[in-house]
Write a protein that binds this ligand. Structure first.
Ligand SMILES: [Zn+2]
Length: 154
């Protein structure tokens, strides 16, 4: 399932990317959202009933979310059959740009991360699109906690 999320769903879009879902975000114009959804076969995620209704009339797939909270939005998506598997860096897409993420050797990122990070970690990933480097640091640990909560493991 590939998505396009409206401007009210920034946090949800970032998390969908982390869970490996190809999710476009940042398109402001409704006509443009509808066009992209049609051309690329994406499911529209929106909190806007008007946009949802327009999409339905055009025969496009749309999920109208009722909640403002991203935790509840995840629950709503589950009820529409969207599956959330444990977060795993190699399966994730870049939360910033939606690009694919691949593992890289330490050598490749040597001068691109702070020295302390380079010494402390052995596992690194890079976004093939924007070049952002990721490693399983404290931020990742925090995300795993949220991940377990979202998937009902604690
Ligand atoms: Zn990126």
């Amino acid at each position: 399932m590939r998505f396009i999320a409206d401007m009210m769903l920034g946090r949800l879009a970032r998390w969908l990317r982390l869970y490996g879902y190809d999710t476009l975000y940042g398109v402001e114009d409704d006509d443009e959202i509808l066009r992209i959804a049609r051309d690329e076969g994406r499911v529209i995620l929106t909190r806007d009933a008007t946009l949802s209704e327009r999409a339905r009339r055009l025969g496009l797939e749309v999920i109208l979310l009722g909640s403002n909270s991203f935790e509840e939005q995840i629950e709503e998506l589950k009820s529409f059959g969207v599956e959330f598997r444990e977060l795993f860096p190699a399966n994730a897409r870049c939360p910033k740009c939606n690009g694919p993420i691949k593992p890289v050797s330490k050598e490749e990122i040597r001068n691109k991360v702070p020295e302390s990070v380079y010494r402390k970690y052995d596992e690194f990933y890079v976004c093939e699109n924007c070049g952002q480097i990721y490693w399983p640091g404290r931020q990742w640990e925090e995300m795993l906690k949220i991940d377990r909560k979202l998937r009902g493991e604690q």
